[in-house]
Design a protein around this ligand. Structure first.
Ligand SMILES: Cc1cc2nc3c(=O)[nH]c(=O)nc-3n(C[C@H](O)[C@H](O)[C@H](O)COP(=O)(O)O)c2cc1C
Length: 188
């Protein structure tokens, strides 16, 4: 049996990423976001939805660039902290001992401690209601070589220990259940 619920945002699990923004060290800030995702494969595009009242909001609209830093179990504390404290009160990089690094193509810093940093350029900002959606093109990805298999060149997501967010709770990745297409693959 199912129960009707009032309309709400119930798509889970989601990532909880750290969005780094700003073009100079005094402007650098980090906003934790879960309203984030992929919207196109080619060209590679993604979005992040941000409330206009966030301290990060004018930094994003001024620069129209940001970095999506994937987070890990190790970064869970910093991820949560950056999501409940504001850059108007703290330098989040300093408080969380995170290292701003140089992105290859955008001015926003990468977070060195993140295993995968996705450099984005904003194409469009859609005012939706509580949140504005920043539709962005991915212009570069920086991957930590520590997680790249030297034989296959593949990035080991499992070993990176990526963080999962479901309705207010953080988890690590669970056991491997299958790989893309395994449900229809012929058994040898
Ligand atoms: C797990 C998590 C997910 C969040 N997702 C979003 C989001 O998608 N969009 C948003 O505007 N705020 C989101 N927040 C809230 C902001 O990260 C929070 O308001 C933060 O303090 C804003 O920082 P700022 O004032 O320095 O910009 C999230 C917070 C947490 C803890």
């Amino acid at each position: 049996m199912k129960q009707d619920w009032k309309p709400g945002t119930m798509i889970y699990p989601l990532p909880a990423v750290m969005i780094s923004c700003g073009s100079t060290p005094d402007e650098y800030n980090i906003l934790t976001a879960s309203w984030v995702g992929t919207i196109c494969t080619n060209p590679p595009m993604c979005y992040v939805s941000v409330r206009p009242e966030r301290y990060s909001y004018p930094i994003l609209t001024r620069n129209m660039e940001f970095v999506i830093n994937l987070t890990t179990e190790k970064l869970a504390y910093a991820t949560d902290w950056c999501g409940v404290n504001s850059g108007k009160d703290y330098s989040k990089f300093e408080e969380m001992k995170l290292t701003p690094g140089k992105a290859s193509l955008v001015k926003a810093p990468i977070i060195e401690e993140s295993p995968l940093c996705i450099e984005c350029r904003v194409k469009e900002v859609l005012a939706l209601g509580s949140h504005d959606m920043f539709v962005a093109e991915v212009v570069n990805v920086q991957a930590d070589t520590a997680f790249i298999d030297p034989n296959t060149g593949a990035f080991d997501m499992k070993r990176a220990g990526l963080l999962v967010y479901t309705h207010g709770k953080y988890y690590g990745l669970g056991d491997l259940i299958g790989t893309f297409g395994w449900s229809v693959r012929k058994k040898k």
